[in-house]
Structures are given as structure tokens and as C-alpha cells.
Design a protein around this ligand. Sequence first.
Ligand code: Q9C
Ligand code: ZN
Length: 339
Amino acid sequence: MLVYAHPDHRLHDPSEPHRFGGVLLPPAETAARADRILSALAHLEAVDVVCPPPMDEQDLLLVHEPDYLEFLRTAHHRWRVATGAPADGEAVAYIRPLPGLPGRPPTHVDAQLGVYSNDVDPILEGTWPAALSAAASVVAAARAVHGGHDAAYAISRPPGHHAGPATFGGYCYLNNTALAAAWLAARGTRVAVVDVDTHHGNGTQAVFWERGDILTVSIHGDPGVHFPFFSGFPEERGDGAGSGANLNLPLPSGSRWPVYRSALEEAIEAVSSFGAEILVVALGVDTHVTDGVLALTDEDYPLLGQGLRTGLPTVIVQEGGYGEGVLEQAVPAVLAAFS
Ligand code: Q9C
Ligand code: ZN
């Protein structure tokens, strides 16, 4: 298995706790996550870990708005100038525009934080280079698969599938999964995304909402009661040229493997009737019971891997997975199906 990983992910390692549903929690999406995956993969045979070359930053425009990219690149520095915060400060939105206000686009960084995010995620001094390194990993994986490899895996963090064309949130800044898909589609490939992270891939859905050449499928815990709450329902099918090219398969909280497997079969059927030539898997392993949304267990992940093995060339992009021991066990178990 060809694995892409870049050490710059460590430049984004938040430490300030945030309030979620009234409970003050330490950050779950930390640099340790990628290190945990890497050390688990070190025990596997035939794993080839490669540092990706720098990406062409123009490729980010396949997915994101130019003003958003400029904001991400400059926000921390501008926030320090505006507030006098130290280099290790974490810039977080505290105010947001009311919907429907006419308003002019704000120029103050504190207001822009509230425009470009829908969550409490921080921007650190190293968030931009870290997010860029994750994006470089998925572009390298996409390039390898486009070039003839059966499969490649990117240890991409910070993750990406909640980032929209001009929004960060849900621990995501640049949409790595969408970038892999868009990069492949730009080379004339018919691409399908299957997102098995436990949370709806709302950013990816938003990026491709009006595109008919990229199928997006997401299997996730009921958004009526789980993040990201505002999307992930079955009636969201895409619009315009993209009508019918988005498929949401929400599952009741606490669903186990038999229920999950049916949804996975439906997802793979959609990929095959779409006529996809390359598959992009958004591999969140926060479906594990430890992560509190769905209830897969250790023995389900080899089956998940087998279920995701379609015979198509496949790019595997790391998304969520947080609980103690979950990444270490579940990621190698899924990847085993592809080696
Ligand atoms: N109990 C990804 O898995 N919810 N993002 C925080 C804490 C945020 C998940 C609630 C979930 C975001 C990539
Ligand atoms: Zn998730």
C-alpha cells in the first residue's frame, strides 16, 4: 500500500478546550492522531510511506473560493496584529452575521472568522501550512492512482470533509476529499466519493452540489441528533447539472454492522450505476462505538474494507476517528483489503 504522509501536519496542534453542547472538552483533532496511524501502519508489511511533494496551490481553486484561501493564509497574522495575541494564540470566531442582513463584507479579521466558519475551530499560526500539507498528500495519492496504482492512502490531517467552498468547521479547513475528486475529474475521469466518516460530508456535498460528473455518497449518523445537524438528510440530492448526483444515507444513532452493511451496499451500487472510473473513499473511522455516533466494533473494519473494495482504482483519504485505540485498529484493518 502506497501511503502519503507529511510531517507539517504537526504545525496544527490545537490545545485550547471548547464548549460543545455545554461541556468543555479538549481538542479531539490533534497531531497525535497522524502519529498514531503511522505507528500502527509500521507493523504492516508492504506499506510504503512517502512524503508528498509540495502541491500546486492553484489546484485548491478546484474546490475553494479565492477569498477564503486568502483569508486562511493570512488570518492568524492579521488576528495577531489586530489583537496583540501571541504567536501561540488560537484565533476563534466569537460573532457571526445574522442571516438576511444586507451588510457589507467585513474587513476586520474577527468578523471574517465568523463569516468563514460555522463552528468553534481555531486558526493557529501553523494551520495554513498544515492544511496545505494534508492537501498535498491527497493530490499525491490521486496522482498515483491516476497514474495506474490500484490504491493509495493519504494520512491527511487536519481532515477536510466538513470544509465547504468558503467555510471551515468540524476540524476541517481544506477539503482534502473534494480536492482528490476534483483533481481527478479535471483529468477527465468519472469519479465517485463514498464518505464513511460517521458525520455527514457536508463540505464535500456543498462543493459538488451542482456537478453531475462527480457522485457524492455519504453514510453517517442521523444529522437530526449529530453534527453537522443542518445537512445530511436523504432529500438532499444535488441541484442543476448535479441533480441526483448526491446521495445521503443517514442511519439511526447507535446502528451496528448489519444496518451499516446495507447502507454500504446501497452506496456501492450507486457508484457502479454512476459508471465511476475511480473511487475516492473519505475514510473516517469515527463510526466506532467509542466515538459515540454509530456503533461499529473492531471486528467490523475488515468487513468495511472488503465492502469498499469495488475493483476500481481507489484513493483513500483519512477523515475522522478519535477514540482511544480506534485509529490504530480500524485504519490498518480497512487498508488490508486494498493491499
Ligand atoms: N463531542 C470530523 O470527524 N463535534 N469532524 C464535536 C464533541 C464536532 C467531526 C462534539 C464533530 C466534527 C472530521
Ligand atoms: Zn467525523
